[in-house]
Ligand binder design. Sequence first.
Ligand code: ZN
Length: 362
Amino acid sequence: MKLCRFIFAVVFLTFFGCSHSGTREPSRDMASMANPPEFVRGRGLCAPMQERPDRKLIIHHIDVGMGDSTFIRTPDGVTILIDGGLPGQGRDAILPLLRNCYRVDALDYVVLTHFDQDHMGGLTDVIASMPIRRAIYDPGEAMSTKGDGPMSPYTKFRAMTLLQMGKRRVPMPGANNFPETQVRIEVIAINGRLANGVQLPILTPQGTPRDDNAISMAIKITYGDFNYFIGGDLTGGGQRKPDVETAVGRLVGDVDVMHVNHHGSGTSSNVDFIRSLQAETAVISVAEGGMNARYLLPHNEVLDRYDDAPFVERVFLTSRGEGRIKRGLLKPKEIVLFGDILILAEPNRYQVNGLYFRTDGR
Ligand SMILES: [Zn+2]
């Protein structure tokens, strides 16, 4: 069985691997990690080409170092980019992937979960380089507290969205914001406003955010029995941050795969939220070194919360991060893929970097 999986992984890499990420350095300690050999390493990973007809939903977590960037292509061909990593990542990682791997030279949607640099920075180059056909969804002008000096990342982002005339919009939670696809893509929350109409108390009386992360857009994607959650840096109440996660978790319910909020920070991933989602597979986008030397993500107590949850079967990371895994304290559920984490979903099963899992049917 093991050998079988390994052969599958080699075949997958041979057909789907491509070197879109020529600017990225290979990880130094790849060989020292005690990971199962059957998973395809994330570096340079590439899903089947656009012209190859298939029924798979592609969810490609791009390794942008510190930050998030996730490319989605629905089986009916709608393309969405959620977040763009730090400034420079658009040019270095995202655009080469979109062009070389997926033959994408225009996107249907760009989604910015919130205005932090490690989500917004790289989107500026993407929006400057290709047409956005349908919409650029973000929390809106009133929610930006990031400064509007002439060279600020927010100013650059806003300027680039103006070039895509009239496309910038704040999505309505609960509305059909992605009508071109048969796949169900729901905005569960944005700016503390939930899909059931409730407004959580995360705004000041002036309508500005009390916390920049708490406004993050939270999205659930459903394709047959497969479901997935992504929510930027949504907060869960740790260190006296607003708790948006608990209410969002109740609306999202059971999923198969979840993108872990805020790179595994202790201010997110509260126990109630993890329990609501019941995810078998968790994905953490996080860097080793750089800015993260200051934040030390993923936080050990968050890794342990996922490890302790009986329904969580595996936690994939784009890198070792700066917590206990870097010090060699890797637990059996934790798998470092050293690069991109690629989910290819079908209505009743999905693969992660070449290895298949069944959905739980809920
Ligand atoms: Zn972030």
